[in-house]
Design a protein around this ligand. Structure first.
Ligand code: ATP
Ligand code: MG
Ligand code: MG
Length: 341
């Protein structure tokens, strides 16, 4: 493998391109919208996913295709898959695109999720609320991220998301953690240490590593992530978000790609999640993902970016900026990794 095609040109594609370039590999980014990754990639195609000629040209220029964004339309994937291998595979992508399929799959391999009900139409909501009780969260089956497309239902009839949805019972968790797991083409699995995640307004705020939980929790979390990767015959890096409860771990969702809660690995490991993903999809051996430092990753969201001069002056602080233009509220502009010591 000499070149990798990446569907999606956001910050994740950008950091994947940097990691690939360090290994002497070239990245071709395909992105219909704004593409911060275009600055660092070997090639950038800006075209809609409906443009078959552009998709064919993209596939022809690379040896393998991966993605940093899981909501690529099926029609584009069908066309690409006939031309080049897509890693991680289509099944992993399809399952993580749809919250109903995702939870059904997870329960099917014996893993606990929040209790859920299918709510295809608004008129199905009252029965779902009767079944699951309150409080509950209504979520669109597809396309949601950063807490978008979610409505919490405490009392009253609740609202409607405007699209086929699921209702989830509220999990009374003591902590949220995530495992960034990598699986190679040969089936080898390597997991990074689980991180403790804090969300604000549905958006990841910080990831702290180590997470401070006992080994019986962190080991279990890693085993769950590996079980999911094996069940999907997964190749690449995957993020697994978990709720910690007194009754054990509950899987919140999986992301079939590098994950925001894995950015700490850039400062904490010899081989970070981006290089690990590139190695996996390129068919190279996985690297050493052991943690050599304690790290707190903080996202720079919206006008957090105003603190940049102070952050740049801070000791033991790694600053990552995504090269996005305007700092709108809720927009991820960059992140910092603070190394403890
Ligand atoms: P992401 O940006 O991580 O993809 P998302 O929009 O897919 O986010 P979720 O991960 O489903 O959203 O939910 C966002 C956050 O809301 C969770 O990290 C958790 O804090 C809270 N949350 C979601 N579902 C539940 C639940 N069933 N019980 C309790 N809290 C929940
Ligand atoms: Mg999500
Ligand atoms: Mg999430």
């Amino acid at each position: 493998v000499r070149s990798i095609g990446i569907l999606g040109g956001g910050q994740l594609g950008r950091m994947l391109s940097v990691a690939a370039s360090r290994l002497g590999l070239r990245c071709h980014i395909y992105e219909p919208g704004a593409a911060p990754a275009g600055d660092v990639a070997w090639r950038l195609t800006t075209a809609p996913y409906e443009n078959e000629a552009a998709l064919r040209d993209f596939a022809a220029s690379v040896d393998v295709i991966t993605y940093e964004f899981e909501n690529v339309p099926t029609s584009a994937l069908d066309l690409l898959e006939a031309l080049r291998p897509i890693r991680p595979n289509r099944r992993a992508l399809a399952i993580s695109q749809d919250r109903l399929d995702e939870k059904t799959f997870l329960n099917g391999i014996g893993l606990a999720t929040a209790p859920f009900a299918d709510v295809p139409r608004h008129e199905d909501l009252p029965a779902a609320i009767d079944r699951l009780g309150r409080p509950a969260i209504l979520k669109t089956r597809r396309m949601g991220y950063d807490g978008k497309g979610q409505i919490r239902i405490d009392d009253g009839p609740g609202g409607w998301t405007g699209a086929p949805s699921i209702l989830e019972g509220l999990v009374d968790f003591t902590a949220e953690i995530s495992v960034i797991v990598a699986r190679g083409a040969d089936g080898q699995v390597a997991a990074f240490d689980p991180g403790l995640n804090l969300h604000q307004g549905g958006i990841l705020r910080t990831t702290t590593i180590p997470c401070g939980l006992p080994a019986r929790v962190t080991t279990d979390a890693v085993l769950i992530a590996a079980q999911i990767a094996n069940a999907l015959d997964y190749v690449g890096v995957m993020g697994v978000e978990l709720f910690v409860t007194p009754q054990g771990l509950i899987v919140n969702e999986i992301a079939p790609r590098v994950h925001n809660s894995g950015h700490w690995t850039q400062a904490g490991c010899a081989v970070d999640q981006f290089e690990q993903h590139v190695r996996a999809v390129a068919g190279l051996p996985l690297g050493d993902g052991r943690r050599h430092a304690d790290v707190v990753m903080q996202n720079l969201i919206g006008d957090d970016i105003d603190q940049l001069p102070a952050l740049l002056a801070s000791p033991r602080t790694q600053v990552h900026l995504y090269g996005k233009g305007e700092a709108r509220p809720g927009r991820k502009m960059g992140h910092v990794n603070r190394i403890a010591g």
